[in-house]
Design a protein around this ligand. Structure first.
Ligand code: ZN
Length: 114
């Protein structure tokens, strides 16, 4: 479960931010992951629950968004959202697809502190 390592690094960042802003605790956090990270929201929640214990982030509400895979095909000049990754353009079968979004992004979109 690679979510453990990911969540640990997210908590590190959140705690650092909480300290900078002299917050007592983190209330809620919005996270965004690219679809190709294959991160499972349920596993993130689970890892967060365990790893946040005793820290600034304990009890924080997580809102997890998975960014869909968006590709651009330079051959037919279409931008498409794929349900599942495929290396060929679904429109013209070109192999020159470029992933525009939903790759390996991991973002803390926002956090609410107290
Ligand atoms: Zn195409």
């Amino acid at each position: 479960m690679h979510e453990m390592a990911i969540v640990q690094s997210i908590i590190d960042i959140l705690e650092q931010q909480a300290r900078i802003h002299e917050a007592r605790k983190v209330i809620s956090v919005k996270l965004e992951f690219g679809a190709l990270t294959a991160v499972l929201p349920s596993a993130v929640n689970f890892a967060f629950e365990i790893l946040s214990k005793g820290g600034f982030t304990e009890g924080a509400q997580l809102e997890i968004t998975i960014i869909p895979i968006k590709v651009f095909c330079p051959d037919c000049e279409k931008e498409l959202v794929l349900e599942e990754y495929q290396p060929f353009c679904p429109v013209c079968s070109s192999p020159a697809l470029k992933i525009v979004e939903g790759r390996d992004e991991m973002r803390i979109a926002s956090m609410e502190i107290e």
